[in-house]
Write a protein that binds this ligand. Structure first.
Ligand SMILES: [Fe+2]
Length: 339
């Protein structure tokens, strides 16, 4: 005997037992059907059974089908909803279609009609999912392309100044770890880690002589160097998916006491993620060899940063960030004992 494979869950919400039973009978060979007269049960089923489509009675004595339609649209706008009505020309049917119902069936109905409308609705849903998938893939490809390009640009900066080689990558890894410990959600971290990665992208606009100078900068050169946070901001400002990264790029050199740059923000005016990044950025700079200093040990770097509390670094964040960095180093040591 031929084995039938059921392809989707269908939810039926109708107060009429006769309608529920006949829809079940018609659909049960091809689909999993759950039928109920209770709005609450139907709502629960939307999240647990995740139906691929819904048959919905427009008029029920204790509930309004149009209200439920709105709820379905707000939970998952891709689920096609077929309204069940005895009077297709009434205003509520027209309102239902305007509010996103996929189609309607008129009571009494024929089995062939129900099967045809279910198939059409599921085909439509598959097309939407496919379109969404393609759009997502395209968006990811564009983002990937962008990140590869910026990574190449950052390598170009590193090449001009071998002392900062790998700085952006290390800072973005460490920042993502710290952000996670601060309870930021994964999605937020995924975006902000790019902000941390790109925090010095504006150095592209700073002259090679200043960037690669193997000694302390003069006041004039330092003024040029300081422009990198504003230049970086201007570079990523037009990129829609990096909007949340703008504060990181622009404000990672603001100081708690207001003497940082470019906007001389002070205290709570500085976005929290930028304050966290400034500590991570300083830590990485201190623990790697630079033109102007040999690398410091973890303890020495922490002490230097602690001396900057209340002037450069935010007092309420610094100890916590340093503790998290300590933990990060421990984990790395365990993963790679040669470190
Ligand atoms: Fe910077």
């Amino acid at each position: 005997m031929e084995q039938k494979i059921k392809s989707a869950n269908i939810l039926v919400l109708d107060d009429d037992l006769g309608v529920r039973e006949s829809l079940k009978m018609i659909l049960k060979d091809k689909y999993y059907v759950s039928a109920t007269s209770s709005i609450d049960e139907a709502l629960e089923s939307l999240s647990t059974a995740q139906p691929a489509m819904v048959f919905l009675d427009i008029k029920m004595p204790r509930a309004n089908g149009l209200d439920f339609l709105k709820q379905v649209r707000s939970i998952n706008s891709a689920i096609p909803v077929i309204m069940i009505t005895a009077f297709p020309s009434t205003p509520s049917t027209i309102t239902a279609l305007r509010n996103g119902a996929f189609d309607y069936i008129i009571k009494p109905f024929e089995p062939s009609e129900i099967l045809a409308v279910a198939e059409k609705a599921l085909h439509h849903r598959m097309q939407i999912s496919e379109k969404d998938r393609l759009v997502d893939n395209m968006r990811m490809a564009v983002q990937q392309n962008f990140f590869s390009t910026t990574e190449a640009l950052l390598h170009a900066i590193d090449a001009k100044d071998s002392y900062t080689a790998g700085h952006s990558k290390r800072v973005s890894h460490l920042f993502a770890f710290v952000a996670g410990e601060f309870g930021m959600n994964r999605q937020q971290i995924e975006i902000l880690r790019y902000g941390a990665f790109l925090h010095d992208i504006g150095k592209i606009g700073v002259g090679d002589i200043v960037l690669a100078k193997p000694s302390y900068l003069t006041e004039e050169e330092f003024l040029l160097m300081k422009r990198h946070s504003e230049i970086g901001y201007k570079i990523i400002e037009p990129i829609d998916f990096l909007k949340e990264c703008l504060p990181l790029v622009r404000h990672h050199h603001e100081w708690y006491n207001g003497s940082g740059y470019p906007d001389r923000l002070r205290g709570a005016e500085i976005p929290r993620e930028a304050s966290i990044l400034s500590i991570v950025d300083a830590y990485d700079a201190l623990t790697t060899d630079r033109h102007y200093h040999k690398k410091y040990s973890h303890q020495e770097a922490c002490e230097i940063i602690r001396k900057g509390i209340n002037t450069q670094f935010v007092p309420t964040l610094t100890e916590k960030v340093l503790t998290i960095i300590d933990r990060y180093n421990e984990i790395r040591k365990k993963d790679d004992p040669a470190e």
